[in-house]
Design a binder for this molecule. Structure first.
Ligand code: ADP
Ligand code: MG
Ligand code: ZN
Length: 521
């Protein structure tokens, strides 16, 4: 098979995503009062409504409607005041009613938009000059900048539906139904409020698809409607992809990758599928419209089933649920509850503290992380914000990981991080030393300045003390001095190392480096 890069020189990949998000922050199910909980005994939270017993009547969960309206407002959607629920019929034991309650042509949220910034390495997946305009009619413009591009991705709709029960297929390989000897059903998950977001086919590379999904996750986390865990399946994604010759405006036949459970699988699965389709088409074959499953371990996709059509589901309005008539007051009260969104937060970090864009984006993306970072900046100097960001991203987060902790229950306090960042900013300790100090901060609860002094870790940055060391090293290493002056500037590393040895590790390597360069120029 050709590489992605080669394929995208001749073909345009067209990608649309369908993202399911369980509203895990709610306390009860979508149409009944059963507790929302996945941790309890199987089938502990069931009732006649979610088991679909005859005569049981559903009542919509007001909080779930608030959540989807917030999701729509946060993604630039129009909120439809009048929409209703439909029945989508199918037979499968994970849905005892024999239909799923979902929405029809009009969803609560329609026609939104998310802007993606594609930078660095990922920007090169889209070959230069390719797909400058999207959607054929140019309604999706791409703005190119120095290190990448920005593209708006249209959202077709976000609708409300309910999740199915969880099935456990026992006795077969990988828990697949085909080899299973028996199947167990846990209806606790059945009836969990679920929102499905469908994009227009505006994405063009696996990287864009991954960035879209990551951005959506940051927004949903921030507005607090879900724990958005791809691992545990509270956020899941289907990737639709087709190819067409460059310059062609008609869409090709798509395949759909189901239930992708990591950002990497989304990227790699789409990449594989694009390469596979290119091979089929270039050999004169046709792509069949089918649902495929990505196997990350073997890096390939396999057929699950050939596509059903909407007619097969007998979609019709649910007679048990009255159409909605959302008031302006309701919608405005949802808007009033929206917190600062990740993009706005990122822009604020950049404007107020001069943070690098990528750092600001990462920190602003998770509410608990953003709160921790802001507390650390508040406890120190605004001028140390970037140093604080560096320490959080390249030290504290790794430490949390190792400790199985996170920003909400951090073993180091924002105050300790602020004071440690100040030490790094003043070159009193290196970033590597700062990482060593973190566990001691957690263990002793002491101020990092005290720890650094007690353990003799404070670095010498005073030129009066460093210069004699530099002179001594230069006198000792005439060969390296000559090499440097002949243009082999890499020997500076060796000379810094010598200075560090000479100063028994106390001298500041950055300052040694500067002093050596000054002396040698
Ligand atoms: P289905 O009925 O198969 O679920 P939809 O028309 O609802 O298909 O579209 C599902 C997703 O697939 C949407 O995100 C849409 O943008 C995308 N999509 C539709 N047609 C194509 C195509 N030809 N190539 C790529 N993506 C597509
Ligand atoms: Mg679909
Ligand atoms: Zn119930």
């Amino acid at each position: 098979m050709k590489s992605l890069e080669e394929v995208l020189r001749d073909w345009e990949a067209v990608i649309g995503l369908e993202v399911h998000t369980e509203l895990t922050t709610l306390t009860t199910k979508m149409f009944c009062g059963c507790e929302l909980s996945h941790a309890d005994e199987p089938n502990a939270h069931v009732c006649p409504v979610c088991l679909g017993l005859p005569g049981a009547l559903p009542v919509p969960n007001r909080e779930a409607i608030r959540s989807i309206v917030k999701a729509g407002l946060a993604t630039g959607c129009e909120i439809e005041k009048r929409s209703m629920f439909y029945r989508k019929h199918y037979f499968y034991p994970d849905m005892a009613k024999n239909f799923q309650t979902t929405q029809g042509p009009v969803a609560f949220c329609m026609h939104g938009r998310l802007d993606l910034g594609v930078r660095g390495q990922g920007a090169s997946e889209l070959p230069d000059g390719a797909a400058a305009e999207r959607a054929g009619d140019g309604s999706v413009p791409v703005t190119r900048g120095e290190d990448g591009y920005e593209v708006p991705i249209r959202i077709l709709r976000i609708h409300m539906e309910e999740d199915a029960a969880k099935m456990n297929h026992l006795g077969g390989a990988e828990g697949r139904i085909t080899e299973a000897a028996e199947s167990l059903i846990d209806y606790n998950r059945c009836g969990t409020p679920l929102i499905e977001l469908v994009t227009e086919p505006d994405l063009r590379t696996p990287e864009e698809a991954r960035l879209f999904m990551e951005k959506l996750r940051r927004i949903f986390l921030t507005i607090g409607i879900s724990d958005c865990s791809l691992e545990s399946g509270s956020m899941r994604c289907d990737g639709n992809v087709s190819l067409r010759r460059k310059g062609e405006t008609e869409l090709g036949t798509k395949t759909e990758l189901k239930n992708i459970n990591s950002f990497k699988s989304l990227h790699d699965g789409l990449e594989y599928e694009i390469r596979r389709q290119a091979e089929v088409l270039e050999e004169g074959g046709t792509v069949r419209q089918e649902t495929r499953h990505f196997e990350p371990g073997r890096k390939r996709t396999v057929v699950m089933r050939v596509k059903e059509t909407a007619d097969d589901y007998r979609l019709f309005p649910d007679p048990d649920l009255a159409p909605f008539d959302l008031s302006d007051g309701f919608i405005e009260s949802c808007r009033a509850e929206l917190p600062e969104l990740p993009d706005a937060k990122r822009d604020r970090y950049m404007a107020a503290w001069g943070l690098r864009a990528e750092d600001a984006e990462t920190l602003a993306g998770e509410p608990a992380l953003a709160a921790f970072f802001e507390a650390a900046v508040a406890a120190g100097e605004p001028a140390h914000a970037q140093a604080t960001a560096n320490l959080v991203l390249n030290g504290v987060m790794g430490f949390w990981n190792a400790e199985g902790a996170g920003p909400a229950e951090s073993p180091v306090s924002p105050e300790q991080v602020a004071s440690l960042a100040a030490l790094v900013a003043a070159d009193a300790v290196t970033s590597a030393q700062a990482r060593e100090v973190l566990p001691i901060c957690a263990e002793t609860g002491d101020d990092p300045a005290k720890i650094v002094d007690e353990r003799g870790m404070r670095q010498v940055t005073d030129d009066d003390a460093l210069l004699p060391v530099v002179e001594a090293v230069l006198a000792r290493c005439p060969d390296q001095v000559r090499q440097y002056r002949e243009g082999n500037v890499k020997v500076i590393g060796f000379l810094v190392g010598q200075c560090m040895r000479e100063s028994k590790g106390k001298g500041n390597p950055k300052r040694f480096n500067e002093l050596l360069r000054e002396r040698l120029s």
